[in-house]
Design a protein around this ligand. Structure first.
Ligand code: SF4
Length: 377
């Protein structure tokens, strides 16, 4: 199969050019054509030497994931479903705001972490995405949206995506080898030129990989926290049994020495009667105070079939936020966007040929929880 040039960051592309017997600096031209200009055909790359173009024609291609569907929400949110083969589909969401556009990107087809409140987690896991499939989501979205923003042919291109958040399907730090070249391409001035502050990796708590990211490609960090203590977090985010809160917070603290922002964002999904009590808010304050400079982002839970969970009432979320704010912690409540097209946070389901039997495991876990609750009553 032809080499997918989207798999390479600039360094990788330079090495590939060398293998073709070309000078390394040719890679900059090629990289700019692909990512700056969105070229898909080598024939479009008119300032590349003809000899290089013909070598590329025979050995390489620019292959983003195949578009399966596009849905636009009444609030301007756009969701794309990409077919990544083998019966798997991934989702990418663009969220426009007054002053910026944010793209939420997937890193895996499904997810093996199986968080209790997450639709993707209930789908199970099929496979890691390649670097090309990760950056291909940005490539597609940026150039698709630019066409709309620049209706007049010949007008100067306008950037469409200002922020990237790795918060779609998958745990990005469990697909580290593919993630890092994709992040480097996002940051590269010859590609998308996004600042490190405007690229966010969100993790459910892969503590050792947070340390590696600090060295290899420090960008903004978000952590899915969702509970103030290990007992509850073990149930909501099973990865906590491997990397508990102490290990996670210590890794966050270390990360800030290299990070482009001086805080970590903690995501906290608000689940009625599960993690949204006043005492749990106070426990959160005790957990993070003096340990990790942070902000909290409270996310109203987006129900999905079979979750067995309910969104916290609006007043409860506001009361919870007040406790954090009164303790001096910057806290926001996420606006729910794209609900009419199932693009809201936690709803990304795609279509996954599960190899982990997550659905059956989660159903078993629910039965045990219900039985335990019944026994205690
Ligand atoms: S919240 Fe993130 S890490 Fe957890 S199951 Fe969903 S996609 Fe995976």
């Amino acid at each position: 199969m032809a080499v997918n040039l989207l798999d390479f960051d600039l360094e990788g592309l330079a090495a590939y050019c060398e293998r073709l017997g070309e000078k390394r600096w040719r890679a900059v031209q090629l990289f700019r054509w692909i990512h700056h200009k969105g070229a898909r055909e080598f024939a479009q790359m008119t300032d590349l030497a003809k000899s290089l173009r013909s070598k590329l024609e025979g050995s390489a291609e620019i292959r983003p994931p195949a578009l399966a569907s596009e849905h636009a929400s009444a609030d301007g949110t756009v969701k794309w479903l990409f077919d990544v083969g083998g019966g798997n589909a991934i989702e990418t969401v663009f969220i426009p705001e007054d002053d910026r556009g944010t793209l939420c990107i997937s890193s895996q087809a499904g997810c093996a972490v199986a968080c209790r409140f997450c639709s993707t987690g209930h789908q199970g896991f099929s496979r890691n995405l390649t670097s090309g499939e990760i950056i291909g989501q940005l490539w597609f979205a940026e150039h698709r949206l630019r066409e709309r923003l620049q209706p007049v042919a010949g007008a100067a291109p306008q950037r469409a995506v200002d922020n990237v958040v790795m918060m779609g399907m998958g745990e990005p730090l469990q697909n580290y080898a593919a993630l890092v070249p994709a992040l480097r391409t996002m940051l590269d001035d010859h590609a998308y030129g996004l600042s490190r502050r405007r690229v966010t990796v969100s993790t459910s708590g892969m503590a050792p990989m947070i340390d590696r990211l600090a060295v290899d490609c420090p960008v903004a960090l978000a952590v899915s926290l969702h509970a103030p203590d290990n007992a509850l977090r073990d149930r909501l985010v099973p990865l906590n049994r491997k990397h508990d809160l102490d290990a996670l917070l210590a890794a966050c603290r270390r990360y800030l020495e290299a990070a482009p922002r001086d805080f970590v964002t903690f995501e906290y999904c608000m689940l009625d009667g599960v993690n949204d009590g006043d005492e749990q808010a106070r426990a959160l304050v005790r957990l993070v105070s003096g340990r990790v400079p942070c902000k909290f982002n409270l996310i109203p839970f987006n129900p999905f079939p079979g979750s067995g969970l309910v969104r916290s009432p609006r007043e409860r979320i506001a009361a919870f936020a007040r406790i954090l704010q009164d303790a001096g912690i910057v806290t926001t409540i996420r606006k729910t966007r794209g609900e009419d097209i199932d693009a809201a946070c936690g709803q990304l389901a795609g279509e996954v040929q599960d190899r982990t039997h997550a659905r059956a495991r989660l159903a078993r876990r629910r039965v045990i929880e219900i039985a335990t609750a019944g026994g205690a009553a």
